[in-house]
Structure formats: C-alpha cells, structure tokens
Design a protein around this ligand. Structure first.
Ligand SMILES: [Zn+2]
Length: 102
C-alpha cells in the first residue's frame, strides 16, 4: 500500500470512529430530552394541595422532633452534637443552646 493510500485509510478509520461517537451522543441526547419532558410532566402533576400538605407535615415532624429532644433532655440525656445520648451530669450549655436554636 502506498504512503498516501495508507494515510487516507487511517483518516477514514478515524472518521468512522467519530461518526460512531456522534451516533451514540445523538442517542444519549435523545434519551435526555425524553427524560426531561417526563420530569417536567411529573412536576406539573404534583398539585398545589399536595405541596402544601408536604410542607405542613414537614413542619409537624420538625416540631415533634424538637419536642422529643426536649423530653430527652429533661429525662437527663444530652441532645447536643457533642455528647448526644450520654447521661447528663448537671445542665449542659451545648444542649440548652441547641434546644433554643430551633
Ligand atoms: Zn449536652
């Protein structure tokens, strides 16, 4: 095979690989676009009432968690990040600061 012929067939190989890559990229983009449309539809499907309910429940859960921590502290256990779950030996500044913060 001549030098030029060889060079041309190398370029052809290279172009072939690039075309394959472009094909798979095109498929990936198509998949992403379909996924995007699906997700947009799902967002629209969540009603305002549902969103409101989720927010209300989240607030309720947070309040309940805080009350549980307060109870735990009153029963004599640390609720601070430093000693969480350990038995209290008198009042703890970290615990009281943590309970006040919420
Ligand atoms: Zn503590």
């Amino acid at each position: 095979m001549g030098q030029f012929t060889q060079a041309i067939s190398e370029i052809e190989d290279h172009l072939g690989r690039l075309l394959d890559e472009i094909k798979s990229l095109r498929q990936y983009v198509q998949y992403l676009e379909e996924e995007n449309i699906k997700l947009k539809r799902q967002i629209c499907a969540v009603s305002e009432a549902d969103t409101e309910r989720v927010q209300k429940n989240a607030a309720k859960i947070q309040k309940e968690a805080h009350e549980n921590l307060e109870r735990l502290y009153l029963e004599g256990f640390h609720v601070c990040h430093l000693y969480f779950g350990e038995q209290l030996d008198g009042p703890c500044l970290f615990c009281t600061a943590f309970l006040k913060k919420d």
